[in-house]
Design a protein around this ligand. Sequence first.
Ligand code: ADP
Length: 394
Amino acid sequence: MLLVLNSGSSTIKFEIFATPEIGSVASGIVERIGEAKGRLELRCGGAKMTEKSAAANHREALELVFEALREAGVLGGGIECLGVGHRIVHGGESFSEPVVVSKAVIDKIKKAAPLAPLHNPAAVEGIKAAGQVLPDVPQVAVFDTAFHQTMPPRAYRYALPAWCYRKHAIRRYGMHGTSHAYVARRAARQLRKPLEELKLITLHLGNGASVAAIDGGECVDTSMGLTPLEGLVMGTRSGDLDPAIPMFLIRETGRTAEDIDRLLNKESGLKGLCGENDVRGIVQKAEAGNEAAELALDIFCYRIRKYIGAYLAALGGADAVVFTAGIGENSAVVRSRTVRGLEQLGIVFDEDRNLEAGRREFSFHADESNVRLLVVATSEERAIAEATWELVGD
Ligand code: ADP
């Protein structure tokens, strides 16, 4: 078995995968770590178990997880954990692929903490906890940023004074890399062509959303930047905007930098535009004539279209556009509104195929389309398990 951990400051999400086939066996979450009233949820074989159980720190939380897994018969009785894969949000410029955890690796994750102040310290806690609970089990760090490290300087540098980059490492890093890399591999299988021969535009459209331009399996551009705020319109994030707007708001409203940070990350995007960030509800409201919902949907899809156009130019054409994550996999409305009217760019979609739901992987381009349109289900946890097995499996 392999354990995949996604450690937040007060939560640990976990998933257990069987080896070597990497099939999901159980998953769950520990919430409110460090508080008096905690909660553990375990989903296993179609059943869901929740219990109130307080954990003072990440080590105690992980002990609770193992206790629950043993009780459920997932571990123990000869079935052991062979490796732990950690999702790490920010690898800075130090990591371009998954690595086996060592002291030097932990130091570099800590060094990148200013770039992800909420996430990286929590990930280090998760690594330490796993080291204490499973001292002899190898651990692997898988970075959200790693896949994007192949971007050339013209894509990752901002047009700021050079010292901003040299002294403060301000550049575009990109996120969701594990997902973009995973769906690119799946898309190549669906297209029956080696990834090395394909130009792909991958759209990860979840609550957070980003686009990647992938040439021959290597990322050449992506829409998220120094932080996940740049690029597409998201559930609660603004995405691209005039960089003068934060200063304008500070001057005009007297709000602090922290207020503006919250406004841009938590109160903007779809939620800011129409009061809601779940695309299902927004589509329903838009269809019922709600103007704010209609505008939110329009801006959301228009932004994605602009990125498709930009990345077609960056790549010099593409073999396929790949939709993934909650919205990309499930919203036929978003897919059709995004790619409609792009025939001049070689993208012709087929609405009947687009509406065909219920499959994890399918295509919805018309036969005459130069660019294929694919839907691929992502699984960051599975991708982390695969990377972990590649490094620590026999
Ligand atoms: P994240 O992992 O970033 O939290 P997900 O990839 O799970 O996000 O995507 C969550 C989003 O997917 C939800 O906010 C919702 O808008 C959207 N979503 C999920 N199911 C559907 C559906 N059937 N139709 C439209 N949108 C959906």
